[in-house]
Design a protein around this ligand. Structure first.
Ligand code: PEP
Length: 277
């Protein structure tokens, strides 16, 4: 690794440790708390309507449901019709305005049909759609241009973790994703790849340490705004472990896959974060 990057990362790690001893946070941070459902390629129209009918509002927590693309508009119409304060987010968007991109969805269209957020750079897309940091950056820019809040996913693989590359990988992903972007306009989701869909989450202390590191990187880019950026944890969060994450100073919510498919589990996770909001 380049010596200057090594030194940079060392400095950021030191700062992160100083700023946040990893203790559970007790005071409100003023940052928006999110609980986000990433349904991936799951649920039918009827299943979605049943879910949204039962789902209650966030009580101070920003709840975002991200269904598959064809369900976005009916989801929006439903929550709007019921006057429910629940946001609808997309799982992806394309980096171009429009054009010959079969199967893709423009950010402008997502906005037009009522989406407020868009997940960008999920590790599954980085893996099977070969999305790199430059593409993530372009997608985030396009989302922002069209008034969508990008939820930018970053995270290391198991191999990278075992090789002590976590901080380096996250720094590279963040700097790449944020090129030309004001960090205070995005939400970050730290999603260690080894924890996604495996049932093996990071410990809350481990996640807190990494979140403090992410915030230290943000502070280097923009000292004033780093404290305002919501950083979510994702990776095998469920109703039993959500409380541990919610208690941590630098964890401002969660991005939930598997446990967001059952409305009871998802509602319990929301309730945990609502308590601290
Ligand atoms: C995800 O896919 O973003 C995710 C966090 O999945 P899971 O909660 O199932 O690990």
């Amino acid at each position: 690794m380049d010596q200057s990057i090594k030194a940079y990362i060392k400095l950021l790690v030191q700062e992160a440790v100083q700023q946040s001893p990893g203790l559970p946070g007790s005071l409100p941070t003023g940052r928006t708390q999110y609980v986000i459902a990433n349904w991936k390629m799951n649920k039918t129209l009827q299943e979605m309507l049943d879910f949204l009918q039962q789902l209650k509002e966030g009580n101070g927590v920003e709840v975002v449901v991200c269904p598959p693309a064809p369900l976005l508009y009916p989801a929006k119409l439903y929550v709007q019709g019921q006057n429910k304060d629940i946001h609808i987010g997309a799982q992806n968007t394309h980096q171009e305005e429009n054009g010959a991109y079969t199967g893709e969805t423009a950010a402008s269209l997502l906005k037009e049909i009522g989406c407020s957020h868009c997940i960008i750079g999920h590790s599954e897309r980085r893996q099977y759609a070969q999305e790199d940091d430059a593409t993530v950056n372009l997608k985030a820019k396009q989302a922002l241009k069209r008034g969508l809040t990008p939820i930018i996913c970053i995270g290391e693989t198991l191999q990278q973790k075992q090789q002590n590359q976590t901080e380096k990988v996250l720094t590279t992903q963040m700097l790449g994703a944020l090129e030309g972007i004001d960090a205070s306009e995005v939400v970050f989701a730290y999603e260690p790849v080894w924890a996604i869909g495996t049932g093996e989450s990071a410990t809350a202390e481990e996640a807190q340490r990494i979140h403090a590191y992410i915030r230290a990187v943000l502070a280097h880019l923009d000292k004033e705004n780093a404290e305002k950026v919501s950083i979510l944890y994702g990776g095998s969060v469920n109703e039993n472990n959500a409380q541990e994450f919610a208690a941590m100073t630098d964890i401002d919510g969660v991005l939930v896959g598997g446990a967001s498919l059952k409305v009871d589990s998802f509602q319990k996770i929301i309730a945990v974060f609502a308590k601290g909001a």
